[in-house]
Design a protein around this ligand. Structure first.
Ligand SMILES: [Zn+2]
Length: 338
């Protein structure tokens, strides 16, 4: 596959329903069933996204190879010098992350050991280190972890199981919008279970493939993040996987101010063929200072005006979806019994 010229402009099309007959596939990593229906075609990918006939998990079939997956993450994906967004947005992202820290640190003992899987630039680890927790991170590539707080111990490994952590070690393991990027999500959760101390807590967040937003937007859904999301978890499939691996699910949360209203806005814009896919996101995303601003001046104004006008409706839709437990993103707290 060749990565789309623009990092977030990779087009996704709905496969016509007449050709959506069930096909035999490799066993589903959640339920083991070998039957799925083709759902989306992703630009540049020979494999379609199929949806498991039993549990509703979405995934490529066949799964692309490791080198192909690496090509989905060119260096600019990680931003420069450990930053990923335009300065104002970057500050908002850090503020949202700081609020999120209160959630992640609730109930943890002093000096608790916390592991952030796919820690990226350390937006979680820095504030947790401020609170005197012992912070650890694991990343696939060293470039991804640039700018991490120096108090964090970061390991670079292709899979969590290769990072060499001791069993029963961490008080908390966090997979924040990471599971859907991994080639073996079941293996990663099983390893998270192993490295957690008995009574330790797992926090896992994913886009919710059974959300109202995903259903409404279809191929236009912002949180499909093609081609990087290898799996698309419906709520029920994620809960089932956690319980099968031995976790006791404690709570689920369906509202994210940072993710869900923007998802409604950008998915709505993506439904228009006249607008560039994920155009508003691209506009707000960091570019090198020498690169020209994307799109024409008229298009930039149009995207911003549409985004502002849609914001109140997007916020209301996010609140309603959360009340119905069909939020566009979902985070689950689960515990290793002990
Ligand atoms: Zn399944």
């Amino acid at each position: 596959m060749s990565v789309a010229k623009d990092l977030h402009a990779c087009s996704v099309r709905e496969i016509a329903s007449a050709t959506r007959e069930a096909v035999v596939v490799s066993p589903c990593p959640v339920c083991g069933v070998r039957e799925a229906r083709p759902r989306f075609g992703v630009e540049g990918c020979s494999a379609p996204v199929v949806v498991c006939s039993q549990c509703g998990l979405g995934r490529y079939e066949p799964m692309p190879g490791a080198n192909e997956v690496l090509s989905y993450y060119p260096e600019e994906y990680y931003g420069q010098q450990g930053t990923k967004f335009q300065r104002v947005i970057e500050s908002l992202v850090r503020v949202a992350a700081a609020r999120h820290i209160a959630f992640l640190s609730r109930g943890l003992p002093a000096r608790a050991r916390v592991l952030d899987v796919g820690c990226g630039r350390g937006v979680i680890l820095g504030p947790l280190a401020e609170r005197d927790f012992e912070v650890h991170g694991v990343e696939l590539r060293v470039e991804a972890a640039l700018g991490v707080d120096p108090r964090a111990e970061v390991r670079v490994a292709p899979r969590l199981a290769d990072a060499g952590y001791a069993g029963d070690h961490f008080h908390e393991v966090v997979l924040w919008h990471v599971l859907e990027h991994l080639e073996d999500p079941r293996g990663a959760l099983a390893e998270a279970f192993r490295v957690l101390r008995p009574g330790g807590r797992l926090v896992v967040a994913v886009p919710n493939f059974s959300s109202l937003q995903a259903r409404w937007a279809g191929a236009a859904w912002f949180h499909l993040d093609a081609p990087r999301h290898l799996f698309h978890f419906p709520r029920e499939a994620l809960l089932r996987l956690l319980e099968e691996l031995g976790f006791a699910v404690e709570s689920e949360h369906h509202f994210s101010l940072r993710q869900n209203p923007f998802g409604w806005i950008q998915s709505g814009l993506n439904r228009s063929r006249r607008l560039p896919r994920n155009g508003l996101y691209t506009l707000l995303h960091e570019r090198s200072s020498r690169a020209p601003a994307p799109y024409s001046r008229g298009m930039r104004c149009w995207l911003l005006i549409c985004g502002l006008l849609a914001a109140p409706f997007a916020l209301a839709a996010s609140v309603i979806a959360a009340k119905l437990r069909r939020g566009a993103t979902l985070h689950v707290v689960a515990r290793k019994p002990g």
